[in-house]
Design a protein around this ligand. Structure first.
Ligand SMILES: Nc1ncnc2c1ncn2[C@@H]1O[C@H](COP(=O)(O)OP(=O)(O)OP(=O)(O)O)[C@@H](O)[C@H]1O
Length: 925
């Protein structure tokens, strides 16, 4: 019996290096296992008093005991020698088992018994077969990982004919040579073994079908060679995916016994049988001897008998072979026994080349290919050359990542909310500390934060630099104004008409000019006298406060000059005689021809500067030749040396001062004096107008400077305040906001403050239309916002103040501002008919829901304008209507933003809008 768990495979490792399915085919040379079994003396032999001629001194040696002491004993050594006492099981286990079970691992195996007739071949092979079958099924039972298919076929070679023992009716079978499978028996039945009993049953059939005959030596002498072939195919279970199988055959061969006719007394059929037996056995012996000769040199006569043809693979081929030589110990059979042992001795030298036989079954191959096709199709359908399980694992991994990210986002949101909450708490605490009434109810905290944002982001030294730049520009403006006034003075002085009022005007202008020169000098001294130092910021602020009056003074002087010019023009107009002369003189005389009234350089260069590029200069050169001995008061050098062009010099004799237009001949000719006077008057008029325009521009520029300066002052104040209370909260507020967002927010706040402070809707309109969010608008919005914020606070403290018509009075009542606003609306209502067409009016009435046929529809319309500060569409449409009514759009001229302050005044009200001087006063600057 096969002892489990020792499998045949494990046993085989000792003899064959590779027995693992799928491990590849490995070939190992192996000698035929040759053992000798000595049976006991038979009854027949014992009856004849036959002698035992053989001895088994050990398991490997058989020794011939020569009764004739004169001859030496002959010994034979084999792989195993079984004495008569040995059981068939021992013979199986030690002489056949390993070879037999090799078939379970894909190695062909052949076990056959060779010996004289009646030596015990059939007896031994029955036992070997039975044990092998038992072990095979035991192995199958213990090897569940593999599926086994066992088939059985059986044949006999009788008289050199192949007969199917499982189907004797098939007659004599042919042997075919297959290129791959070798010699095959045509039409040999191969039964699939269901179980061990089935196999036993089939084997029993074979024995029953075998030719047996009685001889003198054996009552049941086998008269044929019998081959029972067990084919074992085994493979791993299907789920493993392995398609290869072990396929091997186990040949259990019971040869017919060699015999001597003289011994067997065979005749007739037995003799014939014996002849065939002996012939085939002779071939077998020849083959063995050939094979045992080494190197397989020479011809091996396999084909000389069907037995050797069929057993060819087992004889020096792809099989493990075990030969059990059976023998009788009787002295009477010693010659036959010697032949057997001689055969056995030869067989020991035969080397086989057994290898594991692997096959791929068609069925398994088809299944395997089908699965492979399905797998490939699935891969083709999938986006990546990955298996579904891999994709699934990827999906799981991504889901985990998403969940992780969601958790992180949730945590970040929580932290953000917490930070915002803390920030709000700190803001609230700060607001409570500073007092909630400081900035009123209109979102001043946010506004403060926004303003501080721009302030705190500015370096103090930068602010000082900006202030200095403004002062420098202011000083330059003052100098330009002085030069303009000097030129004007010379012009006027050179055309003195003897008018007392004019003389007084000129005198006043001279005084103003002197004052302005002082202002200019003062500003210059400041700039030159101090060093820019961020550390002295507070001193800068103090100095700026003192300069505020300087700027105001400069503006007042300019206003005075303006009035003087107006008076001068008025006086000149009264003396004009010839209305058409202006046209003529314009062409001939244009001493102050200004190609651009805003350009001070043109004023300085006119009229005789070589740098002048106007065509008038060419005309002057032709028609207004300068006398060689004349004093050219209006030459360019007069501007470069202003001290030489004094008013006294130009007007001391009451006549017109000789100019480049006046020839010596004309000066002496009194006939032309009147004409020249008119000409000069007209020229003066033109020049004065030019100067006036220039002065107006100067005022505008000063206003702009004041705007900028005031903003800087405010920023400095903020900065100063922030120095003492810089907190973490403010640091967070310093993060810059996009300008467009700041603009939108500030404009909304401004609109609300306009509404709360009852600011002029004309002012609102102009501001709204003028500042639409350009980067340069920032300064105006911040100033406006700061101004309104202060006003709102201030009015709240006063309780009844209104900025609408404050003018120079800082504490007007709210009722008066509302009244002023009402007057403004009444003024605008009167302009509805003149500024809007009938269709426009009707459309507006419908749109603004003014009932038809009602009284004062125009006033109803205007009263609805600028009344909803939270509705930006309302604000926009209100501004558009007011702009039409005021005429902002019809003048055709571009209203510069720098002139905005000048236009703050109500067109119907000559009162000056409260300027920055007032703001400065209110801020205690
Ligand atoms: N080892 C043995 N122990 C006991 N009896 C044996 C043994 N071997 C053989 N016999 C007996 O010897 C007789 C002949 O045996 P067997 O038929 O097996 O010889 P054989 O070699 O097959 O003869 P043949 O070639 O004529 O068929 C049988 O009666 C058998 O029972």
């Amino acid at each position: 019996m096969v002892g489990t768990p020792v499998t045949p495979a494990s046993k085989m490792i000792q003899r064959t290096p590779s027995t693992t399915p799928g491990g590849g085919t490995r070939v190992r040379e192996e000698k035929i296992l040759v053992t000798v079994r000595v049976r006991p003396l038979s009854r027949r032999e014992q009856a004849l008093y036959d002698l035992i001629a053989w001895d088994c001194p050990d398991d490997h040696t058989i020794l011939f005991k020569n009764p004739n002491q004169e001859r030496p004993a002959t010994s034979y050594k084999f792989d195993k020698v079984f004495d008569p006492s040995c059981s068939t099981l021992k013979v199986y286990e030690e002489g056949a088992k390993n070879v037999a079970l090799s078939a379970l691992t894909g190695i062909n195996a052949t076990i056959f018994a060779y010996g004289q007739t009646s030596s015990g071949k059939t007896y031994t092979m029955r036992g070997i077969t039975e044990n092998a079958v038992t072990d095979i099924f035991e192995h199958i039972k213990n090897t569940q990982e593999r599926a086994f298919v066992l088939k059985v076929s059986a044949l006999e070679i009788y008289n050199e004919s192949v007969i199917d023992l499982l189907n004797r009716e098939s007659g004599h079978l042919r042997l075919l040579d297959d290129p791959e499978r070798g010699v095959i028996v045509e039409k040999l039945v191969e039964e699939v073994v269901k179980d061990i009993n089935h196999l036993r049953h089939l084997i029993g059939i074979c024995e029953a079908q075998r030719q047996v005959g009685e001889t003198s030596l054996n009552d049941k002498s086998s008269r044929s060679h019998q081959i029972i072939r067990l084919t074992v195919e085994s493979s791993l279970r299907e789920k493993s995916g392995c398609v290869k199988s072990f396929l091997a055959s186990l040949n259990l061969v019971d040869l017919a016994g060699s015999e001597r006719a003289s011994q067997t007394n065979a005749d007739g059929a037995r003799f014939k049988e014996g002849s065939h037996i002996n012939r085939s056995l002779l071939t077998l012996t020849t083959v063995i001897r050939k094979l045992s000769g080494g190197k397989r040199s020479g011809h091996v006569p396999y084909r000389d008998s069907k037995l050797t043809r069929i057993l060819q693979p087992s004889l020096g081929g792809n099989a493990r072979t075990a030969i059990i030589c059976t023998m009788s110990p009787a002295l009477s059979h010693v010659e036959q026994t010697r032949n057997t042992l001689s055969f056995a001795t030869s067989a020991k030298e035969v080397t086989n080349n057994a290898q594991i036989n692997m096959v791929v079954s068609d069925k398994k191959l088809v299944k395997h290919l089908q699965k492979e096709v399905e797998r490939l199709e699935a891969e083709l359908r999938s986006p990546e050359p990955s298996s579904a399980s891999y994709l699934q694992s990827l999906l799981i991994e991504k889901n985990l990542q998403i969940e992780q990210m969601e958790r992180e986002m949730k945590e970040l949101k929580r932290q953000r909310d917490h930070a915002q909450s803390q920030l709000e708490q700190e803001k609230t605490a700060r607001k409570e500390q500073k007092g909630t009434n400081q900035y009123g109810p209109s979102g001043q905290v946010a506004r403060q934060s926004m303003v501080r944002q721009s302030v705190t982001s500015t370096d103090p030294s930068m602010l000082v630099q900006e202030i200095r730049k403004l002062e420098q520009r202011q000083r330059q403006l003052g100098e330009e104004a002085n030069r303009a006034l000097e030129i004007l003075h010379k012009d006027v002085a050179s055309h003195t008409l003897g008018n007392q009022a004019t003389a007084e005007t000129i005198a006043k202008m001279l005084s103003d000019i002197k004052d302005m020169q002082e202002v200019s000098t003062f500003a210059g001294e400041i700039v030159n006298g101090e060093k820019v130092n961020a550390a002295s910021l507070k001193e800068e602020i103090t100095r700026l406060n003192s300069h505020e009056s300087t700027i105001a003074s400069l503006e007042r002087k300019l206003d005075n000059v303006q009035k003087s010019i107006d008076m001068l023009v008025s006086s000149l107009a009264t003396t004009e005689d010839t209305p058409n002369y202006k046209v003529q003189s314009k062409k001939k005389i244009f001493p102050f021809a200004l190609s651009n009234s805003s350009s001070m350089q043109n004023i300085i260069r006119s009229p005789c500067s070589p740098l002048t590029s106007s065509g008038g200069v060419v005309d002057n050169e032709i028609e207004n030749r300068v006398p060689e001995n004349s004093n050219a008061l209006f030459c360019s050098n007069s501007l470069s040396r202003p001290s030489e062009t004094t008013p006294l010099k130009s007007g001391k004799n009451g006549n017109s001062t000789p100019s480049r237009e006046v020839t010596p001949a004309s000066a002496s000719n009194s006939v032309n004096v009147k004409k020249m006077q008119r000409m000069f008057k007209n020229a003066a008029e033109e020049n004065i107008r030019s100067i006036r325009a220039y002065v107006t521009e100067l005022k505008e520029r000063v206003a702009k400077l004041q705007y900028q300066k005031q903003l800087l002052v405010c920023q400095v104040l903020e900065l100063e305040a922030n120095e003492a209370e810089t907190t973490e909260t403010e640091t967070m507020d310093q993060s810059p906001m996009p300008w467009h967002l700041v603009f939108d927010d500030q404009r909304k706040q401004i609109i609300m403050l306009w509404h709360l402070c009852h600011v002029s809707i004309i002012h609102r309109t102009q501001f709204y239309l003028l500042f639409r969010g350009e980067p340069g608008d920032q300064i105006y919005l911040e100033v406006e916002l700061r101004r309104l914020t202060w006003l709102e606070q201030h009015l709240a403290e006063l309780g009844n103040a209104s900025p609408a018509l404050l003018g120079d009075e800082p504490a007007s009542s709210v009722s008066s501002s509302i009244k002023a606003l009402r007057q403004e609306r009444e003024y605008l209502a009167k302009r509805v008919n003149s500024k809007l067409t009938v269709d426009e009016r009707e459309m507006l009435y419908v749109k603004w829901e003014i009932p038809p046929g009602g009284k004062q529809r125009r006033l109803q319309l205007v009263n609805k304008l600028w009344t909803d500060p939270l509705n930006m569409q309302h604000v926009k449409e209100s501004a558009e209507i007011v702009a039409k009514l005021v005429g902002f759009c019809e003048s055709g001229e571009h209203v510069s933003k720098e002139m905005f302050e000048l236009n703050f005044a109500n067109p119907c009200d000559k009162k000056t809008w409260m300027g920055w001087n007032l703001i400065s006063n209110l801020l205690n600057l």
